[in-house]
Design a binder for this molecule. Structure first.
Ligand code: SAM
Ligand code: SF4
Length: 337
């Protein structure tokens, strides 16, 4: 069987599938306030086309984990169908693990159907528990809906339930500890993600980025943290054990230091965008057009060859700190985070 092996010996087994570039929020670190020109429908892969790429990845390219993302994947009407199709696949390693990254809006109405379709896990993005700060950062007053989505995912029993948070300087820094308390008391795993230069052009400033160290310092003032010495492998988060105290039962918190301590050396990801382009890295400047192969009657072998070839050229590292670093043309929501 072919695998997604690159020049540096890394093998990709984790596929991120962007199901749409559209979103109902406008998080400041991800999208411009006015939104973006959305992909036209005829350029977006159909459910059948997405299903075929996932099948090829699982059956022929060694992919074992699939994460549906976007844009906001819940805006994709066919999500449950796509999940069910993926859950029916069997690769050499068996059934792929299926996860969803979502902003949580409307998840309360979809979670039972998604779980029934075979979804295993969900990551929900939540940057603030303060209504005003949430609305300012997401540019929509929807905190209440996100909390309803989180509660529904909790009730549905999908575990581990992970919460993703990006911390912005002079904005939601006061939320670091409250978010941790919220997650620890409910048994959710919180992941802080350093802000990457993938949002609106020219707005990212390394000097102003809130670093993993700063986040850990803020947490350490309130909690007793102990580094978990589990091997990190290809997992991007550095994990910390939080000791129980009078107010919370203890648990785990992760910090994804994509900028200050990149995990590129162990990266095992491959991505397809909503318009059917393979990207071998979030920061790649090149894409490989699988949609053209799908729509010109290409065989599974053609797709395998194009995908494996695209992946072989994966760069050693994202190069954010390199002189001459240039942010990719597509922003996070258009790539699929
Ligand atoms: N809309 C869904 C959501 O927000 O969870 C899925 C797509 S979103 C692009 C996936 C993840 O990327 C979110 O957790 C979001 O916080 C994160 N993200 C977006 N822009 C980012 C940036 N510039 N740096 C770091 N993380 C970012
Ligand atoms: Fe939308 Fe997710 Fe980007 Fe926020 S982070 S604007 S929810 S795609």
């Amino acid at each position: 069987m072919q695998s997604l092996l690159d020049r540096y010996g890394r093998v990709a087994r984790d596929l991120r599938v962007s199901l749409t570039d559209r979103c109902n929020l406008r998080c400041a670190y991800c999208m411009p306030a006015e939104g973006l020109p959305w992909l036209p429908d005829d350029k977006t892969l159909t459910d059948v086309e997405v299903g075929r790429l996932i099948r090829v990845a699982v059956e022929h390219l060694g992919v074992t984990r699939i994460r549906f993302t976007g844009g906001e994947p819940l805006l994709r009407g066919g999500l449950e169908r796509i999940v069910a199709g993926a859950a029916a696949l069997r690769g050499p390693a068996g059934r792929p693990e299926l996860a969803l990254t979502t902003n949580g809006l409307g998840l309360d109405k979809r979670i039972d159907g998604l779980a029934a379709a075979g979804l295993d896990r969900v990551n929900i993005s939540l940057d603030s528990l303060d209504r005003e700060r949430y609305a300012r950062l997401a540019r929509r007053d929807r905190l209440h809906d996100v909390l309803a989505g989180i509660a529904a995912a909790d009730r549905a029993g999908l575990r581990p339930l992970k919460i993703n948070a990006v911390v912005m300087r002079d904005d939601n820094e006061p939320d670091v500890v409250p978010l941790a308390e919220f997650c620890l008391t409910r048994g959710y795993e919180l992941r802080f993600i350093e802000q990457m230069p993938l949002g609106p052009k020219g707005e990212w400033d390394r000097g102003r980025m809130v670093t993993a160290t700063e986040i850990l310092d803020a947490l350490s003032e309130r909690f007793t943290l102990e580094a978990l010495d589990e091997p990190r492998g290809s997992a991007p988060a550095e994990l910390w054990h939080v000791a129980a105290d009078d107010t919370q039962p203890g648990g785990r918190i992760g910090v994804i230091a994509s900028v200050t301590n990149p995990f590129c050396g162990n990266c095992d990801r491959t991505r397809i965008t909503a318009d059917g382009q393979v990207r071998n890295c979030l920061f790649s400047h090149t894409e490989t057009d699988l949609r053209a192969i799908l729509r010109s009657g290409g065989s599974d072998d053609d797709l395998v060859a194009a995908w494996a070839g695209a992946h072989a050229a994966k760069a050693r590292a994202h190069g954010i700190d390199d002189e001459g670093f240039v942010q990719p043309e597509r922003t996070m929501s258009a790539i699929g985070g």
